[in-house]
Design a protein around this ligand. Structure first.
Ligand code: ADP
Ligand code: MG
Length: 338
């Protein structure tokens, strides 16, 4: 076979390859943009989707915004305001830190960023791929507009499913971020019609809005902590179980995870009260010292690694099991923190 000479890949191609791993569909764009809004300290986020996000995703927030002189860097690979050293990485508290999302998204879509910080007297707009930066109108925060996802990578575009399927994935991504951040208000629109509006509230109000009446009627509050770990949230009584595990939201330090170890601990705790393969409904937030968990596993995966996984398993198992054992009779207003 003919051999080509070794050559360095262009930045653009590197970003497109990276995008292939992380940005597999519109919901991945939604997840990344929402995490950036959370990291920017937003209190209100508006999400507008067109055709399940395949045609357009516009996310506006009222966070810190990006100063105009950093705007060009925002869409550059490995450029981030969130970590500057290895020590920062060890204790990272923001959702992002790789400086890859915007570069990846920009490499496979037509993107614009309109942003204003408190220090600027008007907004600025960066348009990609033309790389223009112009003065613009806009309130404090960031508005990111992603159009025609995968327009330049037809092979990926072919993998997009129906509007309904892609919308479903986007909504799932939005619900995860919304449950992890009840301190932020959300408004979601699809094809110009309002889909959801969740006002700033507590985890309880947010969980009830998102998980519905069945959960509200059968929820048990969980709140346990030790020196290094805490578990809080709401678990469904066995009466509110489901055939599928599609209503389980578990967060580790505010990050949505699907973790085998955690699932196993929960499953075991429910073993005596839940029949066969019925699945509980739950929203649980595990908080642990950042140095005891590694979230740097893979950008697209929702896995974490615990330094002491046995202790984490035990803690979750006992907390959930105890709560279920004392469960049914107690009102959910009861303060049963230990
Ligand atoms: P990361 O989140 O890993 O830093 P991104 O590519 O997602 O990388 O974003 C690059 C940078 O752009 C961020 O570090 C942040 O400074 C800035 N940024 C992105 N989105 C927003 C936003 N919504 N509000 C304010 N700054 C943002
Ligand atoms: Mg990010």
């Amino acid at each position: 076979m003919d051999r080509k000479p070794i050559e360095e890949l262009s930045d653009k191609l590197i970003s497109q390859i990276a995008a292939g791993e992380v940005i597999e569909r519109p919901s991945a764009v939604v997840k990344e943009l929402l995490e950036n809004s959370v990291d920017a300290g937003a209190l209100a986020i508006e999400i507008r989707l067109e055709e399940g996000g395949c045609q357009r995703i516009v996310i506006s927030d009222d966070g810190q915004g990006i100063p105009p002189k950093e705007l060009a860097l925002a869409v550059k690979r490995h450029a981030t305001s969130k970590i500057a050293s290895l020590e920062d990485l060890e204790s990272v508290l923001t959702m992002g830190f790789r400086g890859e999302a915007l570069a990846s998204i920009a490499s496979v879509s037509k993107l614009s960023i309109t942003t204003k910080t408190i220090a600027d007297d008007h907004a600025w707009k960066l348009t990609h791929p033309s790389h223009e930066i112009m003065p613009a109108a806009g309130a404090q925060g960031c508005r990111i507009d992603v159009e025609d996802l995968f327009y330049n990578t037809p092979a990926r575009r072919k993998f997009l499913k129906s509007t309904a399927t892609e919308l479903g994935h986007c909504v799932e991504a939005i619900k995860r971020v919304a449950l992890a951040n009840p301190q932020i208000g959300f408004a979601v629109w699809h094809n110009g019609k309002p889909l959801y509006r969740w006002l700033i509230g507590s985890l309880e109000t947010r969980a009830n809005e998102i998980l519905g009446a069945e959960f509200q009627a059968a929820q048990l509050a969980v709140d346990a902590s030790s020196e290094i770990i805490s578990l809080s949230g709401f678990i469904g009584a066995p009466t509110a179980s489901r055939a599928r595990a599609d209503q389980q939201f578990i967060f580790v330090n505010q990050r949505f995870v699907k973790d085998k170890l955690i699932n196993h601990a929960i499953r075991s705790a429910y073993q005596d009260v839940l029949h066969g393969d019925r699945q509980p409904i739950l929203v649980l937030c595990l908080n642990i010292l950042p140095e005891l968990v590694d979230v740097n596993v893979h950008p697209a995966k929702i896995e974490v690694r615990f330094r002491d996984s046995r202790a984490v398993h035990q803690f979750i198992y006992h907390t959930v099991k105890d709560r279920l054992a004392h469960g049914a009779g107690q009102s959910r207003d009861t303060d049963d923190s230990e």
